[in-house]
Design a protein. Sequence first.
Length: 552
Amino acid sequence: MTIKSRFLLSTTGILLLTCFFSWLSIRVLAEDLVESWVERYAEKQARYDKARTLLPLIQEINLSKEFAELDSLKAWAEQPNNESLKQQAFIDAEEFRMRFAEKSYFIALKKNERYYFSDDDASGKFYRYTLESSKESDAWFYQIMEHNLDLHLNVNPDVELGVIKLWSDVLIRQGDEILGVVGTGLDLSDFLDQMVEKQDVYSAIVFTNYEGAIQLYQQKELINYSSLTKNAEGKKLIFQLLDNEESKERLKQALKSAKNRPNKIEMTRVDKDGTHQLASVIYIPEIDWLQVNFIDIGRFLPLSEFSSLFVVFFVSLVVALIIFYVLLSLIVTKPLAELDLSIRQLGKNRYRVPQLSYFAGTEIKRLVSHYEKMSTSLLEYQHQLEEKVKERTAELNRLSILDPLTELYNRRGFEMYMKEYLASWQKDQKSFGLINVDVNEFKLINDRLGHAAGDFVLQKIASYLLSVVDEKGVVARWGGDEFLILVRDKQEQDRISERLRSDKVLHEIDFNGDRVSVQFSIGNAFIQDQDTLESLLHRADKAMYAVKFNRQ
Ligand SMILES: Nc1nc2c(ncn2[C@@H]2O[C@H](COP(=O)(O)OP(=O)(O)OP(=O)(O)O)[C@@H](O)[C@H]2O)c(=O)[nH]1
């Protein structure tokens, strides 16, 4: 696999892995970030809601508490049948009434079990009805007193007015003695409208009692009326708003912890309406309720907001890799390809200088420089070697056709030579002839003076024959003491033969003081039509033997 492919494969792998882990880390980071923002937001929202939403309610409660402290009211509550006390209490209560938001109040006395109510309606009576412990609709009165609840908020329908009211019920006390319950009511619809108005788009507020029974919620149908008197099964609980048991359990724990730490925020994650939500719970001791804010984390700050961050990261990563790839190509792969091309050319005995760009890596430049030196000397050495081989081959060729002792053509060389002559005879009728020269009784020289003397004599004979033939022919050592001379015309053949027969120059050779006598037997043959090399040689041989035979 090439560096480029490897690099592409591995970088693609790295890119995918990096993207995957970046996406994971961005997601985790975003979730953490969103969660911590939402937590901070939830805390602020809970405190804000408590302050703003409940302000009118708390005001009414405080007024109810103040109302319950009216001396005239207490005095009347102790003696409900005393008309003058009743009158005084009524005057004071009527004066106080104007301070209540809805300009109405109720007084329920323990001793005469009567329920009094006053509002702007001039025709309305002060006394409304007599409470009965056996009536379910009056149970609140008896329960509040029985449980000694100094303050109780109650969401209950006002049968007479036909509206649902949020009642602030406060005990009238004289020391430890409970004299009755007083308070005021706020129209629940108005109150809820106000609450929704002030509510943030991201959150939903629910007010519950300590059990989780819903007291205030945008959806009126989910409000649990008469929480105090209703038995557990019939109650509408906040947990019903959640999607699963795990969430319900978590919220229960949060309610419990919040109840133990008034005004401190408890946070927990829950699943509501098919989304992950953060529930912040705060206990409000002033009203003995718990306020729960649900915040949809996804809506508050969707994770998709972070996708652009991921896209920017991905694009910059791709761009960085492309730049890296181009640089790698300029610095490494292109110079390597140049080097590779040059090496392949070198294999064909051609030298090509690698063309390196300015960007090529220093290491590669150094490598190429070493390669250049190495390839130059390699080519030089190869050239020298080839020259030597040529020389040696020429020398071997020469030696293969020459006789080492006399340096005349040997049999092989002379045969080649004669074939050429034969061919030109056959083609152009260029005639030639052969002189066969054999030394007489050469063996005796060897025997008498030794082989070295024989060699010496053979060399002498060779140079003698060369001098006689000169440029008129070619001399060869046919074997042992036998020589062949090729001449180009008949006259020269006769002339040389005659000279060899008559010449006395070589008859006496001096070898280390010993005189050696040399004589030749000579046979001639001149080329004729239909001659082959064998037939010509045979005739020359035969002629020479005829002479030798006649000599003996
Ligand atoms: N010193 C030496 N002797 C050689 C060489 N080649 C052949 N001889 C010898 O030459 C002799 C040739 O002997 P023969 O063929 O009997 O020829 P000859 O003694 O001249 O006898 P005739 O030809 O009958 O006159 C042999 O004894 C060979 O050993 C050589 O290169 N050097």
